[in-house]
Design a protein around this ligand. Structure first.
Ligand code: PRT
Ligand code: ZN
Length: 286
């Protein structure tokens, strides 16, 4: 089978590094060569198109690219008929309303009749409609944060990550409208062979994402506390229990989810666990 799947990714910018890293973890290397629009992938039957993120939805909708990786915000803004396959866990940010620091923002109705600068006019329009707010949308392609300071806008609707840009422009975030992260998208009419390749890619991504969300944990436990400790770290099926050279003790190996990590560690210690080691997992297939 010589079919290749065509993946559109951001050529350079905030998504590029995370995308390349994810692909690498999936065993896919991209060699750019001298051709800067197209690249061939090693480790997967894939061709890669390097584009501006704004163009990815159109390329995928038209089938020039079969799949793409871009920010969910951009998918919503462009509103093309493409399928969002899954979230990828990087380039996390939020789209928020921000106003000058001295403004007394009393709630969403404060925006009525105001001028709002944004580079996401479609998402903003939808939000304003849903909240029955009548405001002027000023579409700007960059440096949205400077517009209130130069008298061009009363508020902005923009991407916020650390909040540093707002702070340095004397603005404050007053309403988080949506959250975003990088997502995998696909054309809705992939043929059978390409759908099969997409499934294989999803399988790899799932293994990488699961591994990122979990840690391998090893600890020593007194035998009389074993049941209690096992109930705290049930693992994938059940933990591995190995005898220790010392009478009355055993070693326990399991998997713990990153979200409950500190909570579980505390409870394990309280239950009598000792010598707790936590190590990253490279891939995880259940
Ligand atoms: O050239 P191309 O069109 O491909 O890239 P671009 O300039 O349009 O996008 P790029 O590379 O800046 O961002 C790509 C995607 O990264 C966005 O669509 C988001 O999904 C995601 N992302 C994550 C961000 C940020 N974090 C981010 N902080 N995109 C932009 N920013 C900007 C934001 O616009 C604001 O000006 O960073 C500033 C705020 O950052 P903080 O940390 O100061 O709050
Ligand atoms: Zn862009």
């Amino acid at each position: 089978m010589n079919t290749k799947i065509t993946l559109a990714i951001q050529k350079s910018g905030r998504l590029n590094e995370g995308t390349i890293e994810l692909l690498n973890r999936c065993g896919i290397k991209i060699s750019n060569g001298n051709n800067h629009l197209k690249a061939l992938a090693e480790g997967f039957p894939m061709e890669v198109l390097l584009l501006r993120d704004d163009d990815i939805p159109q390329y995928v909708a038209d089938g020039v690219a079969d799949i793409g990786i871009l920010g969910y915000n951009e998918v919503l803004e462009k509103g093309k008929d493409i399928e969002v396959i899954r979230e990828l866990g990087f380039s996390r940010c939020r789209l928020s309303i921000a106003v000058p620091r001295d403004v007394n923002y009393s709630g969403r109705q404060w925006l009525s009749g105001k001028r709002i600068a944004t580079s996401y006019p479609e998402i903003l329009k939808k939000f304003l409609n849903q909240n029955a707010i009548d405001a002027d949308i000023h579409t700007i392609s960059g440096s949205v944060e400077i517009t209130p300071g130069i008298g061009m806008a009363d508020a902005i609707f923009e991407i916020v990550s650390s909040g540093g840009t707002l702070l340095s422009n004397n603005l404050k975030e007053v309403d988080v409208i949506m959250k975003s992260e990088a997502v995998l998208v696909a054309n809705k009419n992939l043929d059978e062979q390409k759908s099969e390749l997409l499934k294989k890619l999803e399988f790899r991504i799932e293994a990488v994402r699961k591994a990122q969300r979990n840690k391998y944990i090893l600890l020593n436990a007194p035998k009389d506390k074993l049941n209690q400790i096992i109930s705290l770290i049930p693992g994938m099926k059940s933990p591995t229990v190995l005898p220790l050279a010392i009478e009355g003790w055993c070693s326990l190996h399991s998997v713990v989810n990153e979200d409950d990590f500190w909570e579980v560690i505390g409870r394990l210690k309280d239950a009598g666990a000792e010598g707790i080691l936590v190590v990253p997992i490279e891939k995880m297939v259940i």
